[in-house]
Design a protein. Structure first.
Length: 236
C-alpha cells in the first residue's frame, strides 16, 4: 500500500511535466513516425523503435520527478515518512515502467500502421515491454540520484541514452558490424530489450536468446535498484 500510495502521487504530480511530455511522449512518437514514413515497411526496425520509445518514456518520467523533487527539496518529505528506501525506489521504478508501457503502446499503434507482418506473440511482447521498462526506469533512477546537481541529470541521461540507440542494434543489426562492436553491444542494456522485443514481434532474434535477454533485464533492474538505494543513503 505504501508503494502504491507513492506511485499514485507520482502519476498525479509528474505526468504533465514538460520533461515527461517532450522527451517521454513527443520525442519517441516523432522519432517513430519519422522512420515509419521514411522506410514504409519497417518490420525489422519496429522492435528497436519500440525499445527507444520505452527508454525515453521511462527515463524522462523518472528523471523529471527526481529533478523537481530534489530542486524543490520535497524529496526529503518522502525520507521522513514511515516508508523505507526500498519502497521509495520501487514506487518510482514502478511508475516509470507504467509510463514507459503507455508510451510504448502508443508507439506500437503507430508502428502497426506500417508493418507488413502481424505481431507473433502479444503476451510475450507485453512481458518484454514490462521488463524493458523496469530496467530502464531503474537505470534512470540511479543516474538521477547519482549526480550532485539534479539539473545535470538529463544531460547525463542523454549521454547514456543516445549512444545506446546506436550500440544496441535498434537501428542497424549488430551482426553487420565487426566482432569488437558486437562486444560493445552486449555491454549495452538496450541490446537485450531490442532482441527480446524482436523475438516477441517477429519470432526471431539477432544476437541474444530471448530467455537470456529477460534474465539480464531482471538482473539489471535489481542491480540498479540496489545502487539507487545506496545513492539515497549517500545523499541524505
Amino acid at each position: 500500500m505504501k508503494i502504491l500510495t507513492i506511485a499514485a502521487k507520482e502519476l498525479r504530480e509528474y505526468v504533465l511535466k514538460p520533461g515527461s511530455i517532450s522527451w517521454g511522449i513527443v520525442f519517441p512518437l516523432v522519432f517513430t513516425l519519422a522512420f515509419a514514413v521514411r522506410f514504409g515497411d519497417i518490420d525489422h526496425l519496429a522492435p528497436g523503435l519500440l525499445s527507444i520509445s520505452i527508454l525515453f518514456g521511462t527515463s524522462s518520467f523518472v528523471s523529471s520527478s527526481i529533478i523537481f523533487e530534489r530542486r524543490l527539496r520535497t524529496f526529503e518529505r518522502l525520507l521522513v515518512a514511515p516508508v523505507s528506501y526500498l519502497e521509495i525506489a520501487t514506487a518510482k521504478i514502478l511508475v516509470g515502467t507504467l509510463f514507459g508501457i503507455f508510451v510504448g503502446v502508443t508507439s506500437m499503434l503507430v508502428l502497426r500502421l506500417f508493418m507488413a507482418y502481424a505481431i507473433w506473440n502479444w503476451i510475450l511482447l507485453l512481458l518484454f515491454m514490462t521488463l524493458s521498462g523496469l530496467a530502464f526506469s531503474a537505470l534512470s533512477l540511479y543516474v538521477s540520484l547519482r549526480v550532485q546537481n539534479p539539473i545535470n541529470a538529463m544531460t547525463w541521461l542523454n549521454l547514456i541514452r543516445l549512444p545506446m540507440i546506436f550500440t544496441s542494434g535498434a537501428i542497424v543489426s549488430l551482426l553487420l558490424f565487426p566482432r569488437w562492436f558486437l562486444a560493445v553491444g552486449l555491454l549495452t542494456p538496450m541490446t537485450y530489450s531490442v532482441d527480446g522485443l524482436r523475438f516477441s514481434m517477429l519470432e526471431y532474434y539477432d544476437v541474444v536468446n530471448p530467455a537470456y535477454s529477460g534474465l539480464v533485464m531482471i538482473i539489471l533492474t535489481m542491480i540498479f535498484l540496489y545502487l539507487s538505494i545506496r545513492s539515497i543513503k549517500n545523499l541524505y
